[in-house]
Design a protein around this ligand. Sequence first.
Ligand code: SF4
Length: 332
Amino acid sequence: MDWERALRSQRAHKLEPRLGRRLARLVFQQAGDYQEADFIPKPLVHELERKAPILSVAAVKTSRSKDKTVKVLLELADGARVESVLMRPSSRRWTACVSTQTGCPVGCPFCATGALGSGRGLTSEEISDQVLYWRRFLRREAPGEHLSNAVFMGMGEPFLNYEGLSGGLRTLLDQRLFGMGPSKISVSTAGLVPKMERFAEEFPGVNLAVSLHAADDALRDRLVPLNRTYPLSALAQVIKDFYTDEGRKVFLEYVVLPGVNDSEKDARELAAFVKSISVKLLQVNLLRRNPGGDAEEARRFQRRLKAEKLICTVRESLGLDIEAACGQLAAS
Ligand code: SF4
């Protein structure tokens, strides 16, 4: 939804600002349609439908998991496709997992999006429209339930599409539009250090998730090839220098790959890395590899970390049966 375009039509029809605000609430927060806006003139309703359609993305295929996760394949205006996911990590919380690119050039070997290679960056509108899509979906399929959180952990490396990401985030954070709080949003990165600095300054309070996967440079060079440009020391420094503001969480994500990054030595190195950063709201999340992994692999590494006095959580893999879990998105 391009609200600027909608505003131009509103101005041309001399709509009172208070009615424009009411319309924004209806569209973004109540996930309603223009036709429900009986407080604005009908000719404006028709013009908005033509000139500022509510969604810039169209659902092609929907898959539903037995754990309530839903995945949608979305087609964009130029025919490109991305996947987007709705998750229910707890009974009181619905979260949208948002994609920012149609592929990804970073090439992490365990990631289906990485196997697609480079894709184009999504526009700000295509990014925030994924959240709007899920709000409208919930209104239709689970009336009374509300989408409260968004994580930028779908297809693509968000910081390689900084312009689209930042525009989409501003729309989500705008209290007149989506009205989300910064603490309800997390952006994940493989470690694009210069953009991490910029993001920290431009979006205070928005959480950061770093795809770490190894705390040894030689191993991380293989698992997250971006590490060859921005090694662990640079990653630790930017977190220490820029991510210390009150209330902002920093997550370190670690996919457990048996025989690759889950030895006692790996546990020691990860514990030392975390200690070297010592940011207050830092949390380590272990993820199982998808597909084929099991939670016990992650729990075994969790015990190794506990022996190193590092407390961490094992994140549940939601949507495995519909290929919607971490590392599985590929727009197919
Ligand atoms: S894990 Fe993230 S950064 Fe790595 S290839 Fe996949 S989408 Fe790209």
